[in-house]
Design a protein around this ligand. Structure first.
Ligand code: HEC
Length: 254
């Protein structure tokens, strides 16, 4: 039997305190991941006008929709639950008729005031200001998707955040006994490659909407690696007795 690397320690060689720390961390990361999935779904599903999340929704989010405005995309997508369907139809109709300011004062302003201003009154710089026709009209122009500035901002947050998560995850998983070694290393490396693929394809999707598929594949690979590491780690922390070191009669590696 080949000796494990002298720096390798299995969970079962660690004291209970460290296994408890690993378990708590895994549980929190797992719940956090679920919330991240819900957030992605809530932010992007329905953007193409159809329910559910598809590559077309991702394409609209990044590259925009030449047939719709930001206001319309938001009303059909993430903001669709904020108002009754008939009022939504009123706003969309107003946008499609050319966002006339007089009609705004007459019919649209009161809807926006009662349904949207609670969050969109301009007091939060990260949420679009809908207070007044001049602000609403800006969002009633043709949707060109996320601005380059938004992509850059989200990229750096995403790369730092994901790297932290997968460093912690990989650190815990590195104490699992998994063979062949190349497979274990590949599982650890996968999310980092997927992250580059994912973030890189955001920019590509802005130019070529077909790259939305690559965004989805990148996200899927990250999720796959997360699931493999989580399940194997959790299982081995509590149910796997590591015996390779003791049962070997070869001299310990130096
Ligand atoms: C409960 C708070 C809340 C309410 C009410 C609300 N929104 Fe939003 N809205 C948000 C948040 C938060 C975002 C940013 C979401 C994001 O960036 O993922 C947002 C984003 C948007 C955007 C996208 C802006 C952009 O730059 O792409 C539009 C357009 C929008 N809302 C319109 C509306 C309209 C119209 C209403 C009323 C019918 C409304 N919202 C009601 C919280 C709210």
């Amino acid at each position: 039997m080949v000796q494990p690397h002298r720096m390798f320690f299995h969970y079962s060689e660690f004291p209970l305190s460290r296994r408890t720390l690993f378990t708590g961390t895994l549980i929190m990361l797992g719940i956090g991941y679920l919330f991240a999935m819900i957030q992605i779904y809530a932010a992007h599903s329905g953007r193409d006008g159809k329910p559910g999340l598809s590559a077309a929704d991702i394409a609209v989010a990044y590259s925009g929709n030449p047939e719709a405005t930001k206001l319309e995309a938001a009303l059909l997508g993430p903001m669709s639950g904020m108002l009754p369907i008939n009022e939504r139809g009123d706003i969309i109709g107003w946008v499609r008729r050319g966002a006339d300011p007089a009609e705004f004062e007459e019919r649209i302003k009161s809807v926006i005031e009662s349904r949207c201003l609670a969050c969109h009154d301009g007091s939060n710089p990260h949420i679009a200001n809908l207070d007044g026709v001049e602000h609403v009209a800006e969002l009633a122009e043709i949707d060109t998707g996320m601005t380059l500035y938004t992509l850059v901002r989200v990229s750096h947050i995403h790369m730092f955040g994901m790297t932290f998560i997968f460093f912690i995850m990989g650190m815990i998983f590195s104490h699992a006994y998994v063979r062949p070694i190349w497979f274990k290393s590949a599982v650890i490396a996968l999310p980092f490659c997927a992250l580059i693929l994912d973030v890189g394809s955001w920019y590509m999707t802005k130019i070529f909407p077909a790259f939305a598929w690559v965004v989805m594949v990148g996200g899927g690979l990250m999720g796959l690696s997360f699931a493999i590491q989580w399940i194997i780690s959790m299982y081995q922390i509590w149910f796997y007795k590591f015996t390779a070191r003791e049962s070997s009669d070869e001299a310990p590696a130096t």
